[in-house]
Design a protein around this ligand. Structure first.
Ligand code: PMV
Length: 360
């Protein structure tokens, strides 16, 4: 598909008003997207586990305006409260997608959104938030055309979400989602995320993700700034090649359920992401001392117990602990006894691999 396939030719039905509601999950990248070209095109392909518990729930009420305006007309409630400071982000998103959702200036939208994870937990809500909003808009569009097949519906939702926040395009479907053109991955595209198209061993289908909240404050450097620092980065090209090669490696790892090699790829990806931050100009560090304390503890635990617990990191200080479901008992004991001490106010979130967004 090409971008123009997402521009609707005409709408058959004019809706006066209505309401739609969707919940969309967060996701955690195994091979990281860091660095982008114009129009939210990733510098390298990535793959992620879709999460289950960490979700955004968004409802959109829409009412036809008397006349089409020059501006977007919407109000926004976040967790029941009006949030003017969130509006510029939605405004930018609407500008980017207007070409593909031409009815945006014909309606007033009341957007009501909330997260299942604590606000300012350091967990980015942009992926689940943009995914949920995109699905709501697609739901409205679906009501205006005579027929829309589900495959197109989800592809376009992912396409729109990508324009809001790159990684959001991986938050529409479960349980393993690939985004970005890659010669060896059939159906892969820069435009939207696709369900991982190759065999995946059962062990990965019930993987656990416990998120340790190390630092709940605002990040000192946003991912937008971080992505931009990959332009002319001294190790940028090598990094993009490495991500490409790691995706090739993962194909047999997923098929065979090879946990030792999985750990090596995933931890290396997390540390490389942060190495890119530390070696850009200007350089910055998003990890905190407790991020490193936790990593050392994980390595020690793995050496002693031979369990398959590993970590990954987002663009922040929090640590995602990934492990197979059948090792949950031992790992949870270890988390409680050894790791909670490093979390801000002892807070952590238990999540697992999930199966994608749902209409409510
Ligand atoms: O989607 P963005 O622009 O917030 O970037 C996300 C970047 C990482 O979370 C660090 C990696 C990824 O692939 O999700």
């Amino acid at each position: 598909m090409i971008e123009n396939d997402f521009i609707p030719l005409s709408y058959k039905y004019e809706k006066e008003q209505g309401r739609v509601q969707w919940k969309a999950p967060s996701n955690i990248a195994l091979v990281k997207y860091w660095g982008k070209k114009q129009n939210q095109i990733p510098a390298n392909a990535s793959v992620s586990f879709t999460l289950d518990e960490c979700r955004t729930i968004t409802s959109v009420e829409f009412a036809k305006l008397d006349k089409v305006t020059n501006e977007f007309s919407f109000d926004l409630l976040f967790e029941g409260k009006s949030r003017e400071d969130f509006k510029p982000k939605i405004e930018t998103f609407f500008k980017r997608i207007e070409k593909y959702i031409p009815f945006l200036k014909s309606y007033h939208f009341s957007i009501n959104t909330s997260n299942t994870f604590p606000h300012s937990s350091g967990i980015a809500s942009s992926a689940s938030g943009m995914a949920a909003l995109s699905l709501c808009l697609m739901d409205i569009e679906k009501q205006m055309v005579s027929e829309m097949d589900l495959d197109f519906f989800y592809k376009k939702a992912s396409f729109l979400a990508r324009l809001g926040s790159g990684s959001a395009c991986r938050s529409i479907k479960g349980n393993l989602v690939q985004w970005g053109e890659h010669n060896d991955i059939i159906g892969s595209t820069n435009l939207y995320g696709i369900p991982y198209p190759y065999p995946v061993s059962e062990v990965f289908k019930s993987f656990q993700d416990t998120i340790l909240l190390v630092h709940k404050g605002q990040k000192s450097v946003s991912s937008t700034v971080g992505h931009n620092l990959m332009h002319n980065h001294p190790f940028g090209q090598k990094r993009f090649e490495q991500a490409h090669d790691n995706l090739i490696r993962l194909r047999s790892i997923f098929a065979q359920g090879n946990l030792d090699d999985f750990i090596e790829v995933v931890e290396s990806e997390a540390l490389t992401l942060h190495a890119m931050m530390m070696t850009s100009i200007p350089y910055f560090i998003l990890m905190k001392p407790n991020t490193l304390n936790i990593i050392e503890k994980i390595w020690e635990f793995r050496r002693d117990s031979k369990k398959h617990l590993c970590f990954t990191l987002d663009a922040g200080a929090n640590v995602h602990l990934l492990y197979p479901n059948n090792e949950k008992r031992e790992v949870n004991k270890f988390i409680k006894e050894e790791l909670i001490a490093y979390c801000e106010n002892g807070q952590y979130i238990c999540d697992q691999i999930g199966f994608g967004a749902k209409k409510m």
